[in-house]
Each structure stands twice: as C-alpha cells, then as structure tokens.
Design a protein around this ligand. Structure first.
Ligand code: HGY
Ligand code: MN
Ligand code: MN
Length: 420
C-alpha cells in the first residue's frame, strides 16, 4: 500500500501559511501580492526538487509537469489555488496544491512513470479577494476571460488585474496562451477541505463530490449626494447609505422562503467617503447567491432587480454588475467511481456529497473529466484563522487522490514497466 508522507505534507502547509500579510491573524495572500510572490517561489522550488518541469502561464498559474510515456497525450492535472480570503486559514487551497506536490513526490519515490503526463497546478485568484468574482485563474485557463476584462477588474486601490500581474512579469495580453481544453487535458482532480461539518459529524474520512452548487456574485453600486451631516436638512437628502439599507434589509428574506434552501451573503460593503460627519454619496456592496438549482438563482436575481427598481428615488442612482455566474455542475461519474473504489481499497469511510462552496473544479468540469474530494474541516470552520484539518486526515485524502491519479495517468513501475 502506498503511504503519503505526513511530515512532508505538514511542512508544506506550514511553510505556505507563513506567506501572509497578516501574521498571527490567519492567511491573507492576495493574488500578485508580495505574499503571492513568496508562496510562488516556494511552490516552484518544491516542484523543481521533485524533478518536475516548472512553468508559469501568461497570467501566473503555476504548473509542474512530469512527462508521460505517451508523447503529446493530454495531461492529468491535479491541484488547487494558492490565494486566500482576507484573514483566512492555512488549508483552503494549499491542501489541494500540497496534494499535487505529494502525489508527484510519491511518483518519484515509488519510481512510477505515467503514460499520460501528470501536471501539478497552483492557481491564482480563486477566492476573488483582490479583483472580485473568483475562480479567476481557472476561468482564464478555460478561456472565459479577455485581456479587456483584466483591465476592467480593479482592486480596492484601483489597480487593474492586468497592471498587478505585470508587476510580477505576467502579461494579460498573452492570456490566449494560458488556454487549456479537453484536447490537452484528460482529467482534473482537486482535493479541498470540506469547509463544512458533515464529514466530521459523521466521522467520515473523505467526501466524494457529486455536484457543485451554482453561484453568482453581483456588485451593486448606489450613488447619492454627499453633504454636511449637520447642516443638511433630512428632507431632500440623497443619502446613498440610507438607499442601500432599504435594499440590504430585504435581501435575506428573499431566500428564506425558497424550497431548495439557497444561501445569500452580503460580504463586502464600502461606504464613501466614509466620514462620520459626511452624508455618504456612494455605497458599493456584493451579493453572493448559491443554489443547487439555477432556476432559483435566476428567480432571486430577478427579485433583486425589482427591489432595486422599487428603491429608486430622486438623486439616487443604482447600478448592478455581474462579477461571476456559474451554473450547478456535476462531477465526472467515472472519476467518482474511481474515488469510491480507492476509498474502499484503503478502507476509508466516505460519503457522496454536494459542494456548497465554489472551487476551480467547477470551471475545469466545463471542459474535462473532473473530480473533487473533500477532507474533514474541524468544527466545519473555514475562511477564518481557526480553519483546521488534522494532517492524518489530509494524508488519507491524499492517498485516495494518489491512487486515482495512478489510474488516470495509467502509471506503471519504471523498472519492470509492469502494471501497478
Ligand atoms: O467562495 C467559495 O465558495 C470559495 O471559497 N471560493
Ligand atoms: Mn475559499
Ligand atoms: Mn478554496
């Protein structure tokens, strides 16, 4: 039985956790930041140590490739993202990147040669923490983003994604060269922390994801007129925050009555000019809506549109932008079968489940056979510094991923070139 190396796994997770802008307050690693650059250097260094051919695509996704016996055959890719939410945990993203590194290390340790090439990937901007939307690295790989989009996407300081990536030597104009398709990708497998309580509550080791819920992220901008808090009468004010609140207070009620239990979150809200004695002239907030049923998402979006129309008042202007829209997506049935087979082979307890969180896997599923496995999250917590997964649990998940990658790459022992 192939055993993953728990110490090596722990070392990688702890090393990556050090690349944060908020030491002592979780992981804050925004794409193309200096923390990104430090983590990038570490990941590439570890890929080099494993004898992988290391490259970065035009927009900064990192690849480590182990060539296969079949020349020009489509690759099997394994990995995840290495950016984070603000003050996030150490495992969201890195658990999947470290899985890729550990799988490649096991190939090296056990002298395995893949028939189909193996590629380990570490992607940027899955969280959308810097430029909004999310799954940006994988959407660029899937050809869903244009250079113009990267010029329009701006961070809180007004720097565009194109400008930010240029500082690290990448080139938005060359985004076409980052494209991957089903012709050159045979399969994609991602290991991720569950970010929920189900596996831990049921004392199960692995979650085999059948479907990732659909999601949309919109940004609503409310414009009004600023003024002196003390000398401006209440009548006739165009207070952008008061107008925004008239919408915000209605949003949670929009999902509570829905049968398929969608979720709605207003996670970001900026008030400008943000002075205690100034009437706000602009409020910008995001609305994140998720459901296993795309009809439900569409219905909620229509209700929000009507709410905005009804909230119009003199001096107040609303605008809404869609930052991300992804339909619910099924994971590959074939890969699910392999994952079940390997959990049973390793005598691991598993469950099939739906992912309420979004992942790069939902974008890869649009063009190649895709699998997603979860390992337990302590207390179901994620997107906070308290996020935790026991290394022994992560090791088990990685061993399932390894067995599955051996099958997907049709790997053989180098020396005797016998079947595994
Ligand atoms: O938002 C999500 O579901 C993921 O963590 N990006
Ligand atoms: Mn996340
Ligand atoms: Mn994630």
């Amino acid at each position: 039985m192939f055993k993953a190396n728990k110490h090596r796994i722990q070392t990688h997770i702890e090393s990556l956790a050090r690349f944060t802008a908020t030491p002592g307050h979780g992981t804050t690693r925004l794409s193309y930041s200096k923390e990104d650059a430090a983590a990038r250097h570490y990941i590439k260094q570890e890929m080099n140590k494993l004898g992988l051919a290391v490259r970065e695509d035009a927009v900064g996704n990192i690849y480590g490739r182990l060539d296969g016996a079949l020349k020009n055959a489509p690759a099997v890719i394994i990995g995840s993202h290495f950016d984070s939410v603000p003050n996030g945990g150490s495992f969201d993203g890195p658990a999947g990147v470290v899985t890729g590194l550990e799988v490649a290390a096991l190939f090296q340790e056990y002298g395995l040669e893949p028939q189909y090439p193996l590629e380990v990937i570490a992607m940027i901007e899955e969280e959308g923490s810097r430029f909004g939307g999310g799954v940006l690295g994988s959407r660029m790989i899937a050809g869903q983003i244009s250079p113009a989009d990267l010029t329009e996407m701006k961070d809180s300081a007004g720097l565009s994604a194109a400008e930010a990536m240029e500082k690290l030597g990448f080139n938005a104009a060359d985004i076409g060269s980052a494209l991957r398709t089903g012709n050159d990708v045979k399969a994609f497998l991602e290991l991720h922390i569950e970010q929920g309580p189900l596996l831990e509550e049921a004392a199960q080791d692995v979650g085999i994801v059948q479907m990732i819920v659909g999601m949309t992220e919109i940004r609503i901008t409310v414009k009004g007129k600023s003024g002196h808090a003390g000398t401006t009468p209440m009548e006739g004010r165009a207070d952008a925050l008061a107008a925004a609140v008239s919408i915000l207070k209605e949003l949670p009620g929009m999902v509570l009555g829905e049968a398929d239990r969608p979720v709605l979150t207003v996670g970001k809200l900026d008030v400008l000019p943000n002075g205690a004695n100034v009437i706000p002239n602009q409020v910008v907030f995001t609305v994140d809506i998720r459901s296993a049923n795309s009809g439900t998402i569409q219905r909620i979006l229509r209700k929000i549109g009507q709410l905005v129309t009804d909230a119009e008042m003199p001096g107040i202007a609303f605008s809404t932008e869609e930052l991300l829209y992804a339909d619910p997506v099924e994971m590959s049935a074939d890969i699910q079968s392999l994952l079940i087979e390997n959990c049973e082979k390793l005598s691991l307890r598993y469950r099939k489940m739906v992912s309420g969180a979004g992942h790069d896997a939902m974008i890869f599923a649009g063009f190649t056979d895709t699998g997603l496995i979860f390992v337990p999250s302590k207390d179901g917590i994620s997107h906070t510094p308290e996020e935790w997964t026991d290394y022994a649990q992560l090791q088990k998940g990685i061993e399932v991923a390894f067995e599955t990658i051996v099958q997907l790459t049709e790997a053989k022992k180098k020396s005797s070139n016998t079947e595994m």
